[in-house]
Design a protein around this ligand. Sequence first.
Ligand code: SF4
Length: 169
Amino acid sequence: MNLDVQHVQSKSILTRTSGFLNGYTHSLNPYTGCAYGCSFCYVRQMPIALFRTESWGEYVDVKQNANALLEKELIRAKKKEPVSIFMSSSTDPYQPIEMKAEITRALLTTLIENRPAFLFVQTRSPIVQRDIDLFKELKDQVFVSMTVETDDDEFGNSSPRMPLRFAAD
Ligand code: SF4
């Protein structure tokens, strides 16, 4: 399967949450689309995917200006309320191209300089390990959740959530 990777300019980067993300004020998506294309992904049924001509899993848009937008939008958002961010709601912030593009890494650097009340990072990618140094700086203000796929139904039903903790040196 060919992956269509485009570099795009986004209009905004922090999105007000609703629905199942009610516990957060904003979502943060460094990319549009997802190279992992999981069969169970709920984003397949969302307008953001349904209005594309390509199938889910076949495209990734790299938001080149994500960090410049975050620097501005975070300042504005924090003036209104404590900001808690879910990264990411409609992509995985650790796309394979993140190793080269470093969009998510740049966002984390900005979030260290101008901290939100809380940051939740959701991924299925081992690339997340690259940024452990940045998670350590965020300390208790970050929670990293990692999805591990299995075909063992019993494991899926009984496994506890195991947060990754990054102890300060
Ligand atoms: S990694 Fe996440 S966003 Fe990407 S296809 Fe899988 S479930 Fe969807």
